[in-house]
Design a protein. Structure first.
Length: 261
């Protein structure tokens, strides 16, 4: 079986999904393309190298359709991640700062920077990272899920293709260190763990009024939309679900990721 339009369960129907306007999440979304899907297509000229039954061209086309469904501001490649623990440039920081103080301050600045201009505010007034409602094709999600299933079997040693994934990982390191075959697949898993589950109907009903692009009073300022207590709870549930997708099995990392929202 190949993972194309004939994949079982890939009905050509649309579904509504919530997408965070978060550069950290979008980094994984775009890395799924540049570090895995595009290299697999490049390797498809040597079919013997590919795991059995995958269709990299169909998978890449599915990802491109997901990208096209995103708001325009989320479609561009995002900046590379930075090392929060790197020593600051001479004179850039107070020498009395501890590493933990510097990392916390940088985290607060980054949180405020990605949320700025969304106009989406918590009941206490803090601006939230924006969330968008998009319409996606179930078929595209299923094609990518089938690919991830095959690659997971490769990682478990049940299908050949580990050598190819290893070579792709060597050619596509992360900014802060080497990548692995598992981390290549991890970007795709994060994408699917976020977009495949259907949002809880009650949460979607609470958040939907906030997801309409706000009118702007001028070129820079969005109209403020303050969440009710119930909407804030729905937003926090969404934030924690995204955090669990990005940081599976790590409670502290997941909590730190959700805190940014």
């Amino acid at each position: 079986m190949t993972l194309g339009d004939d994949t079982p369960g890939t009905e050509d129907v649309q579904c509504e999904r919530l997408v965070p306007g978060d550069p950290a999440w979008l980094w994984h979304f775009h890395r799924a393309h540049s570090m895995l899907l595009a290299p697999l297509v490049a390797a498809s000229g040597e079919p013997a190298q590919l795991p059995d039954g995958i269709d990299p061209v169909a998978a890449l086309a599915a990802w491109e359709k997901l990208r096209a469904a995103l708001p325009e501001a989320l479609r561009a490649q995002v900046l590379e991640i930075a090392d929060d623990f790197a020593e600051p440039a001479d004179g850039a920081e107070d020498p009395a700062d501890s590493v933990s103080d510097r990392v916390y301050r940088q985290a607060v600045e980054a949180r405020d920077r990605v949320a700025r201009g969304s106009g989406l505010r918590a009941p206490d007034g803090r601006e939230h990272i924006p969330v968008h409602l998009v319409e996606l094709a179930v078929r595209d999600l299923d094609v990518l899920a089938a690919l991830l299933d095959r690659l997971t079997q490769v990682l478990a040693g049940r299908l050949h293709g580990a050598a190819l994934l290893g070579r792709i990982a060597e050619r596509h390191p992360y900014p802060l260190g080497p990548s692995t075959a598992s981390s290549l697949c991890g970007n795709l898993r994060i994408l699917l763990d976020t977009l495949r589950p259907e949002p809880a109907p009650e949460d979607l009903a609470l958040l939907r009024p906030l997801l309409v692009p706000p009118a702007r009073t001028d070129a820079d300022d969005a109209v403020s939309r303050v969440l009710s207590v119930e909407q804030e709870a729905a937003y926090r549930r969404f934030a924690h679900r995204v955090a669990e997708a990005v940081c599976p099995g790590d409670v502290r990392e997941s909590a730190a990721f959700a805190w940014r929202y």
